[in-house]
Each structure stands twice: as C-alpha cells, then as structure tokens.
Design a protein around this ligand. Structure first.
Ligand code: FES
Ligand code: FES
Length: 141
C-alpha cells in the first residue's frame, strides 16, 4: 500500500498545486514552444521555455495541459526539473525518470511521455527560431 500512497501524495501535490502554469509570449525570440498530443488518449500539452542566449540555460518554463492529473503532475514536475539546465541536459530527460519520481503506474506512462515530448518539441522550436533570427556571421559584409 505504501507505493500507492506515495503515488497519491506526490502526484496530488503537483496536481493541486501545479508549478509554472501559464504561457510565455510565443513570438519572443528567446522563447521556444512545444505543442504535443498523446495518441493514446487525445490529451494535449503545451510547454514553453525561455532561454538565456548568453548562458544557453533555461531561465523560465510554463505549461498548459488539457490532460489528466498525471499529465498535469508530470509537466509540473518537468518544469521544475529543467529550469537552470542547458538545452542538451533538458532534452536528455526521460519520461521514465519522471514516472519513477512521481510513482506513476504503468497505465499512466504515456502521460509522462507527454512531458518528455513537450520539452523536446520546445527545444526544437527554440533552436529553429534561433537559426532563423541569428544574422550571418559575416555581418560586416
Ligand atoms: Fe486519459 Fe486524461 S485522457 S485520463
Ligand atoms: Fe492521457 Fe494522462 S495524458 S491519460
């Protein structure tokens, strides 16, 4: 029963007090937006990161989800986990790590997958944006 209890306490805390819910300005060049869906249930998650250009680290994270409690808990947990990380570090976080931390049962694995997909998608969006805004190196030309 202990594991079930731990699951409830940790998940419920992130569910009842989700961290970093909200939005960042999508068109800000320092912001990357990830929008992903879970084929298993049709739930959707949006996760956004703000990156400090000079350090390459994530300074701010926001999410919104139209998903179940486990998806909310997973993304809330993810936002706390990745703040202060480099993009490579954040992109390396596995959903299994989140699921383990929150003691998610097997049927809820895809909910944590949503959080992993969302951060990866946000990183990709940020990098794509950066490539298109950064002026060519030969600016003096
Ligand atoms: Fe399955 Fe969210 S759709 S509980
Ligand atoms: Fe679909 Fe949790 S995200 S059941």
């Amino acid at each position: 029963f202990g594991a079930t209890r731990a699951y409830h306490e940790k998940v419920i805390d992130h569910y009842e007090h989700p961290r970093n819910v909200g939005s960042l300005p999508k068109n800000d060049p320092d912001v990357g937006t990830g929008l992903v869906g879970a084929p298993a249930c049709g739930d959707v998650m949006k996760l956004q990161i703000r990156v400090d250009e000079t350090t390459g680290k994530i300074t701010e994270v926001k999410f919104k989800t139209f998903g179940c409690g486990s998806a909310i808990a997973s993304s809330s947990f993810m936002t706390e986990r990745v703040r202060g990380m480099t993009l490579d570090e954040a992109g390396g976080i596995k959903n299994t790590e989140i699921a383990k931390e929150l003691c998610l049962p097997p049927v809820k694995m895809h909910c944590s997958m949503l959080a992993e997909d969302a951060i990866k998608s946000a990183i990709k969006d940020y990098r794509r944006k950066r490539e298109s805004v950064i002026p060519p190196v030969s600016e003096s030309a």
